[in-house]
Design a binder for this molecule. Structure first.
Ligand code: OGA
Ligand code: MN
Length: 292
């Protein structure tokens, strides 16, 4: 274990070759137990990453990759559509993958109809200065956050559905950070339509109740007056990230970090800048069929 509740590390595996079924089963059990697990010291390429990822289930293609959006031309990505770079590194003026993933607290692909079971992020380069590593990834335990809600709030949340929107996030980031273009309605319409998911999900494996609204993508709660929806979401966004639910992952070069997108939300830390380099490769695993 690395944290109090969520977060653990696994030492001594080699992901360059397929894990035996028995070892893989232990890894997956650890993921559901700790929600965030780091397999240390891995030197793997794009294919080895996606081969490992596929052991958990079918891989997904990010909205940004399959869109016909102009944005995708400005980025260098691996040949495989299933793997993306997350990096602040530029090559010939082009960004290596996405340089602004995780600005807000979120669960990956919550804006898709088919959500994500897990994300796998492999640290190829981590930003280090004077022996200090920057660019940690922060996590919050949304099952513990649900459990800690007052009883009357739990009753109020039962059965509620919320709209999660990729389009809404796009121009918000563009305005706030200026590192992506503001898009017209027409361009935004090429991204997936808003996805409707329960405000509280039952985890498909652990069966724990998990808060599934996030500041990054959740726009409104359905069938509720606008102001009431905004107030309730604001309350939940503050609650879900309280210190007692948190784990912060301090990266080591070579970490393969896997997180459960139903059990945690996460956020990046932008406390480094060029010439410090951060380069990650990432894939996401599709949610188990039949769950939201
Ligand atoms: C992601 C993400 C955070 C980080 O890859 O989905 O949010 O710290 N990354 O890179
Ligand atoms: Mn993310």
């Amino acid at each position: 274990p690395l944290g109090n509740d969520i977060g653990a590390e696994i030492i001594g595996l080699d992901l360059r070759k397929p894990l035996s079924a028995a070892v893989f089963e232990e890894v997956e059990a650890a993921l559901f137990k700790y929600a965030v697990i780091a397999i240390r010291k891995q030197d793997i390429d794009t294919t080895q990453l996606s081969d490992f990822g596929r052991r958990f289930g079918p891989l997904q293609i990010s909205g940004r990759r399959h869109s016909k959006n102009k944005d995708s031309e400005k980025r260098i990505q691996p040949d495989s559509l299933e793997v993306n770079y997350i990096s602040n590194v530029k090559v010939d003026g082009k960004n290596l993958g996405s340089d602004d993933a995780g600005r807000y607290w979120h669960s990956d692909l919550c804006y898709e109809t088919r959500t994500s079971k897990a994300t796998i992020l492999h640290a190829i380069e981590v930003p280090v200065k004077d022996g200090v590593v920057y660019g940690a990834t922060q996590f919050t335990d949304v099952a513990a956050a649900y459990d800690a809600l007052p009883g009357d709030v739990k009753i109020r949340l039962a059965g509620l559905m919320a709209a999660n929107s990729f389009r809404l996030m796009w121009n918000r980031k563009a305005r706030q950070f200026g590192n992506r273009p503001l898009l017209s309605e027409e361009e935004l319409s090429k991204f997936p339509p808003d996805a409707i998911h329960p405000v509280v999900r039952s985890h498909p494996v652990t069966k724990r109740k998990c808060l599934y609204v996030c500041e990054g993508y959740t726009d409104h709660i359905l069938d509720m007056p606008e102001q009431e929806s905004r107030d309730l979401l604001e309350f939940l966004f503050v609650h879900v990230i309280k210190d007692e639910f948190r784990y912060q992952h301090e990266w080591q070069q070579g970490d393969v970090l896997i997180w459960d997108n139903c059990a945690v939300q996460h956020k990046a830390t932008f406390d480094y800048a060029p010439p410090l380099r951060r380069l990650m490769q990432r894939c996401t695993v599709q949610e188990i069929a039949g769950t939201h």
